[in-house]
Ligand binder design. Structure first.
Ligand code: ZN
Length: 91
């Protein structure tokens, strides 16, 4: 049995007014909690998505939540094939 890969670290930011703040700077746990969970969920999924060519995961995963709760995912990838896989995985 192979070990499950560790979750990828995800940098989570949130739109507050016209600013972009880190999830650790959100003082209200009712706001920060669900957004952090959603971001970590993405990191968990991406940890299992490997590029078919390079066998690498996404790097420097960032998720930004806007005021309406929409998520904008960004990450560094080794090539387009990894991006295609991630798109398919996350729907
Ligand atoms: Zn690749």
């Amino acid at each position: 049995m192979e070990d499950m890969p560790a979750d990828l670290p995800v940098e989570i930011t949130v739109g507050v007014g016209s600013r972009r703040v880190g999830i650790d700077d959100i003082n209200d746990p009712r706001v920060a909690g669900p957004l952090r969970s959603a971001g970590e969920d993405i990191g968990r999924k991406l940890a299992n998505v490997l590029c078919p060519v390079h066998k690498k995961t996404a790097q420097r995963v960032r998720v930004h939540f806007d005021k309406r709760g929409g998520a904008d995912l960004q990450y560094d990838s080794c090539c387009e094939q990894l991006g295609t896989r991630i798109g398919a995985e996350l729907g």
